[in-house]
Design a protein around this ligand. Sequence first.
Ligand code: GUN
Length: 292
Amino acid sequence: MQLLDGKLVSQHIKGEIAKQVATHTDSGKRAPHLVAILVGEDPASQAYVASKVKTCAELGFQSTLVRYDADLTEEELLIKIVEFNNDTSVDGILVQLPLPKHISENKVIETIRPEKDVDGFHPNNQGKMMLSLPAFIPATPYGIMLMLEYYGIKTSGMNCVVIGRSNIVGTPMSILLSRNTEPGNCTVTLCHSRTKDIKGICLQADLIVAAIGKPKFLTADMVKNGAVIIDVGINRIKSDETKTGYRLVGDVDFDQVSEKASYITPVPGGVGLMTICALMKNTMFAYINNVK
Ligand code: GUN
């Protein structure tokens, strides 16, 4: 079993981006600029946004974090997004999800200009991705593709199972893995809450992407020997062993499944780091288009 080390891969990619940034700023251009908008106090969202802002600083990006209370109205948020859309010094805009219930995520996503939608959630970007046209690719699936590429995992012809059909992970992941690219060229099955016999389907898989949001959902009896296992889950579970009283586990029962896998991502230290890395790559693309 080989660990797919998100720290190693993300350090490598971040090093490349930082060099690119320096080349631009040394020639007198401004730095890439990402705006992150956080509404409410969700602890996981606060932690994710803090990591994104910290990574911007590491790479030489400018970042602006805008925080609002959970009672912000939808209209107020949309007005702010339009302001950033029109601000030429801003390359990328991300609104951390989930949003409070009274705000329509679809409306928010559709208000971000597609050229600044570095999360790749706008229907323009999702549609272009489906057609294999140049587009911002949602950060988690993009990060997973970068990880597979870095380790030279030959996915062509593999039976791949994606568990979870969210708009931001499972569905785009299934499209990327089935496209005529390397990595890609897989035969993909997308499983969800209504799927019959998930175990039987997973047992056929050469590659499994678990993105279902249930701690340790994927167990060893669901995995064939030698499968590649990608764990997207970041679940907090109670623990007596840590100071905080909780620890992070994935959607995969790592201890069991790692005994059978050829490659496996750990949690933490796997896909989460790749997501941030992919967001930074998207922001760099947006910047290059914006300042050219
Ligand atoms: N919430 C969970 N994942 C993401 C992500 O990749 N981007 C944003 N904006 N919100 C998220």
